[in-house]
Design a protein around this ligand. Structure first.
Ligand code: GLC
Length: 532
């Protein structure tokens, strides 16, 4: 294995890192077949280094039938052939590291693909077999077993489809997502052993972090009871999970690796339990991601986030977008600027100019807050959510909603790199169609435009260290203005009100998301970083 030549010696890097999310399939296509791949990522590493990010989080890049964008894993130790090879992944990890960029992989422990050898063996072995004990197989209810074993809802919000599928032999199996994603039985010691081994496999290849998919869903009440209001949830946020993550943490500590959990939980106290010192290092901040563009709501979200993390000593994360949600410039350009899976619909009116203006301000806000920042590919280009023609939609979330949810493909469209090249420089003809105006967002055009989103992100990531590592202190300001400091003399101000805001005395305007008005005031939907 290649030894890193770059001096990445800081051990608490993850407490304040800027982490760039790479959805490999749509990032860059080195092979020219229309699917992004590891060769494409390797060729764009200089771009990522110039952007200034500290780490890359790769969505699942493993062998997979791609029934859910790779979250249906057939082999956790093999790279999808469409993306490349394991040797290439090792090269990529080493090359990134030489540029000062660490690698985080995405592990999917709740379920496997129905093509995974374990599930195929379970199907072949039949009812009552030890092979089926690795999953949740049950007889059905009703006189002939024709009813699903329980009433659990699909974890694809908006889907009324059952989470059980019946086999010709009469057994049903549980899948909180699609039928091609059977849930593993985490009460089985072989499941735990296998995943700890998978963690080691990737840490040994130089990976420095692991994102845990659906992290609060793994453990199930062994009786698989119906959901009963007031009873503990039989499949979400169960206490047994903490024991699992404690043993994962012991594995990570051997390698100095870190975790980021995908934990969607409304209760902040329950959420923080995953971040205790012997469990996960960090978790995604979905309450900030879901928060509307409103000063009071944002201030509350920031305060609540910091308050819930403080007792466990874990750093916050700040997330505006990912591969599952509506892109930021689109969300902020709508009447409802929050994010809610249940509210997604076709044809929502959107003011992209307004959304982009707010997204620029939000970028400066999140990059000034204490903690780590996640940046989803294309956010730095200000890409909007794309409308995907109905006959090109692939996301199961769309189909499982009965066609009412547009699905998540709109934020997964292949990136535009070069305005003058075919397919905006992506490579081959993209697996998802790019909108007609995609070239106008191309990275090469934005790189030479000082007013572009890309230039703003580059400058902001480079300037961000001026905030230091101090705690956040709010400064007196009208309710509609967010004003805070972290380091002596460095301020972040965001105006969400209708009235322009008079800036405090300052020696230097470090960065602004839009020009000040003619009287030097901070206009609506604008953020600045100042040196007092
Ligand atoms: C997570 C992933 C999402 C996937 C689901 C099932 O929520 O982010 O993309 O569909 O888990 O694995």
């Amino acid at each position: 294995m290649a030894q890193p030549t770059h001096a990445l010696t800081q051990t608490d890097w993850w407490r304040s890192a800027v982490i760039y999310q790479v959805y490999v399939r749509s990032f860059a296509d080195g092979g020219g077949d229309g699917t992004g791949d590891l060769a494409g990522v390797r060729s764009r590493l200089p771009y990522l280094a110039e952007l200034g990010v500290d780490a890359l989080w790769f969505n699942p890049w493993y062998l997979s039938p791609m029934k859910d964008g790779g979250y249906d894993v057939a082999d956790y130790r093999a790279i999808a052939p469409a993306f490349g090879t394991l040797a290439e992944a090792e090269k990529l990890i080493a090359e990134a590291r030489e540029l000062g960029i660490r690698t985080i992989v995405d592990i999917v422990p709740n379920h496997v693909s129905d093509q995974h050898p374990w599930f195929r063996a379970a199907l072949a072995a039949g009812p009552g077999s030890p092979e089926r004990e690795l999953f949740h197989f049950r007889p059905g209810r009703g006189p002939h077993g024709e009813l699903p074993p329980n009433d659990w809802p699909s974890q694809f919000v908006g889907s009324a489809e059952p989470v059980w599928t019946r086999l010709p032999d009469g057994d049903w199996y549980l899948h909180l997502f699609t039928p091609e994603q059977p849930d593993l039985n985490w009460a089985h010691p072989a499941v735990r052993r296998e995943h700890e081994d998978i963690l080691r496999f990737w840490f040994e290849r130089g990976v420095e972090g692991v994102r845990i998919d659906s992290a609060a869903l793994l453990a199930k009440d062994p009786a698989l009871p119906d959901l009963v209001e007031g009873d503990p949830n039989p499949f979400l946020d169960r206490d047994e999970l903490h024991d699992i993550y404690r043993s994962w943490r012991a594995v990570a500590d051997e390698y100095g690796g870190i975790f980021v959990g995908e934990v969607w939980l409304p209760d902040p106290e329950r959420f923080a339990r995953y971040l205790r010192p012997d469990e996960l290092h960090t978790a995604f901040n979905f309450s900030f991601l879901s928060c509307p563009w409103d000063a009071t709501r944002l201030r509350t979200s920031i305060d609540d986030t910091l308050a819930e993390h403080a007792p466990v000593g874990a750093p916050a994360t700040w997330v505006l977008c990912n591969h599952d949600v509506t892109r930021t410039v689109t969300r902020y350009g709508r009447t409802d600027t929050g994010f809610d899976f249940a509210a997604k619909a076709f044809g929502t009116p959107t003011d992209l100019a307004l959304g982009t203006r707010r997204a620029r301000a939000a970028a400066l806000l999140s990059l000034a807050l204490p903690g780590a920042v996640y940046l989803y590919q294309g956010e730095e280009l200000g890409l909007p959510e794309a409308n995907i023609p109905l006959d090109r939609i692939e996301d199961p979330m769309h189909f499982r909603s009965g066609g009412t949810d547009p699905g998540r493909d709109g934020c997964r469209v292949p990136l535009p790199w070069a305005a003058e090249e075919p397919y905006a420089g992506f490579g081959g003809e993209p697996w998802l169609p790019q909108p007609g105006d995609w070239a106008s967002y191309a990275a090469d055009r934005q790189a030479v435009d000082p007013g572009s989103m890309l230039s703003l992100y580059r400058r902001a990531i480079r300037t961000r260290p001026v905030f230091g590592d101090g705690p956040l202190t709010w400064l007196p300001a009208p309710e509609s203005v967010l004003a805070f400091t972290r380091a002596e003399g460095v301020l972040c101000l965001v105006n969400l009100g209708d009235q322009p805001f008079d800036l405090p005395d300052h020696s230097e305007l470090l960065l602004s998301s839009a020009p000040l008005d003619t009287e030097g005031r901070l206009p609506k939907d604008t953020a600045v970083w100042l040196r007092a």
